[in-house]
Design a binder for this molecule. Structure first.
Ligand code: FES
Ligand SMILES: [Fe+2]
Length: 317
């Protein structure tokens, strides 16, 4: 990193982060990853378990993502064929005739596979996972389609994405809503939930979107506007400066095409999700973080989100 950090806190708060879609790691397949400023290797065992380990072999440093092979539940290093189990521990040195197996291994990252996503737990100070993202019913529902995805590499902090949720004033300016929406926020452990509302002509309010932040890396949004969409915006730190921002859209298509492809309205709905995110990107890339912003009363529930977010930073535990 060059120069001081743009943010007064760690680039990777505690939490679950998306590192791959389940379909990107078939049984027996090995994948190189780079997140959290580290080289990682992911593979799926023959029994079907997704495993994420540090990439470099403890023996002489080969990268297991470049030529490593899955053998049963283990992965074999491409350099001297040492094998490591799904917990990262060395289980075999094939040419060893004398002495004991070295007690070495690769750091093993907690993995939770859910709704077609491979999620990895990160904690700077080794805090064990004590919550999980829930299943997403739309992912397995027959009348929903997806994922449709789009990704960006953005110079930002994961918290910026979450701060977008309660930032009601920007929805009018950046996203073209007719007026800033209302926002009712509630928190429950690792979950920040928000009901985002607009007024009806009779003065009552309708919920246009229900957002759920599961930690700072996984933000779900459900629309109540046809065609119904449920989408994840997953933000994963690549290093101290940049994040992979990837959206996974599920949609209930009211008029699917003959071969099951998306109808025009659904296609437009999905494109709208990606286009709206695109509008935020230059703001995130260039903004700084104001620790004590001079908020006005109609700035939305940002203080609730910031208080909730503190639990993910070791310095606040
Ligand atoms: S470097 Fe991996 S087995 Fe030697
Ligand atoms: Fe936004």
């Amino acid at each position: 990193m060059t120069g001081p950090s743009r943010y007064p806190f760690t680039s990777t708060p505690d939490g679950w982060y998306h590192v791959a879609a389940s379909g990107e790691i078939e049984p027996g397949q090995v994948l190189s990853l780079h997140f959290f400023g580290r080289d990682l290797v992911a593979y799926r065992t023959e029994a079907g378990e997704a495993v994420v380990l540090d990439a470099h072999c403890p023996h002489l440093g080969a990268h297991l993502g470049h030529g490593g092979q899955v053998v049963g539940e283990s992965i074999r290093c491409p350099f001297h064929a040492w094998r490591f189990g799904a917990d990262g521990r060395c289980v075999e040195v094939p040419y060893q005739q004398r002495g004991r197996l070295p007690e070495v291994g690769l750091k093993c990252w907690p993995v939770h596979e859910c709704a077609g996503l491979v999620l990895v737990w990160h904690s700077d100070d080794g805090h064990a996972p004590d919550w999980r993202m829930p299943e997403i019913p739309e992912y397995t529902a027959d009348d929903w389609q997806g994922y449709l995805t789009h990704s960006w590499t953005v110079r930002m902090h994961v918290q910026e994405l979450c701060e977008n949720v309660p930032d009601t004033a920007h929805f009018e300016v950046i996203h073209g809503l007719p007026e800033p929406p209302g926002a009712d926020a509630e928190v429950e452990g690792p979950l920040y939930r928000q009901f985002t509302t607009l007024p009806n002509p009779d003065g009552s309010r309708w919920v246009v979107a229900r957002q759920e932040c599961w930690g700072l890396g996984l933000v779900w949004l459900r629309t109540d506007v046809e065609p119904l969409t449920t989408f994840l915006t997953a933000t994963t730190p690549i290093d101290d400066e940049t994040c992979l921002l990837k959206q996974f859209v599920l949609i209930r298509d009211p008029e699917p095409g003959a071969n099951g492809e998306l109808g025009a309205a659904a296609r437009a709905g999905v494109e709208m999700v990606f286009a709206q995110t695109e509008f935020d990107v230059p703001i995130w890339e260039n903004k700084i973080y104001r620790q004590k912003p001079p908020l006005v009363e109609d700035d939305g529930p940002l203080p609730i989100l910031r208080r909730w977010a503190q639990q993910f930073y070791p310095e606040h535990r």
